[in-house]
Design a protein. Structure first.
Length: 254
């Protein structure tokens, strides 16, 4: 059964490139020089292409732009806001910049804006404990309460460990609370897979409210084709998302 976790070690472009180099060395040792040369060249190509900002802008930006930002001026009310745990570079404002906590906008921040705009008065925080004692849902609800969201308006789903499970377990809460429509909040990059997962379990009355796009280039346009270390490291999230989309499609989850 296909699973993304065993592949996670090889998803970062640098790791994958080094792995291909090692394979090339083994091939060369067995005197398969022609094949080894192709592996060496592919390794260089793979690392180089993912270090270029233009690659992230085209491939990652495609996913981010599928779902536009939610218009807070809309007067339509929704039964609940569903915010998914996890993070894409901790809500970083710009993919190509160093992390700045002061300007970061997280998923729960977006949910709070919707809540205070009167779009919905229920927030379902979804996410289990991945590394630590506290669940992502609990962590988000703690932040929400500090920001002034009422405790009685918060609902927790603390069992899920994947996007597929987010959809399954949130669907249980939707049925229990007898909700008719929801707003889904997650990162712009993650939203296509997340929304498709929710649709797949039968949650059809759903609208996307992604966080702001992070893959934005504001520097000299000529530097788009200049290798960049920050871009190389960050691009693993784009590759991971495409791999996850393929696995979810293969397993019939989207």
């Amino acid at each position: 059964m296909l699973n993304i976790k065993p592949l996670s070690l090889f998803i970062p472009p640098l790791n994958f490139g080094i792995t291909i180099c090692i394979v090339a060395c083994i091939l060369q040792k067995f005197k398969l020089k022609s094949i080894a040369k192709k592996f060496y060249l592919f390794s260089i190509f793979w690392i180089t292409i993912w270090s270029l900002p233009i690659t992230s802008l085209l491939i990652g930006g495609f996913l981010e732009n599928i779902n536009p930002p939610f218009d807070l001026n809309k007067k339509i009310k929704y039964d609940a806001i569903v915010v998914l745990g996890g993070h894409i570079r901790h809500g970083q404002t710009n993919w190509f910049s160093n992390y700045d906590k002061k300007t970061a906008t997280t998923r729960i921040d977006v949910a709070a804006k919707l809540y205070f705009a009167g779009i919905s008065k229920k927030i379902i925080c979804s996410g289990g404990s991945l590394d630590g004692k506290i669940s992502e849902a609990k962590y988000m609800s703690n932040i929400a309460k500090k920001n002034g969201i009422l405790r009685e308006d918060l609902y927790l789903e603390e069992k899920s460990r994947t996007t597929h499970e987010n959809a399954l377990f949130v669907n249980e809460q939707i049925k229990k609370l007898k909700l008719k429509n929801i707003i889904l909040v997650t990162s712009a990059l993650h939203m296509p897979r997340a929304k498709a997962s929710f649709l797949n379990v039968g949650i059809t009355n759903i609208i996307a409210a992604p966080t702001h796009s992070q893959i934005i280039w504001k520097k000299n346009k000529f530097n788009l084709i200049v290798p960049n270390y920050i871009t190389l490291i960050a691009s693993k999230t784009i590759i991971k998302e495409y791999v996850a989309i393929f696995i979810y499609w293969y397993r019939g989850w989207i």
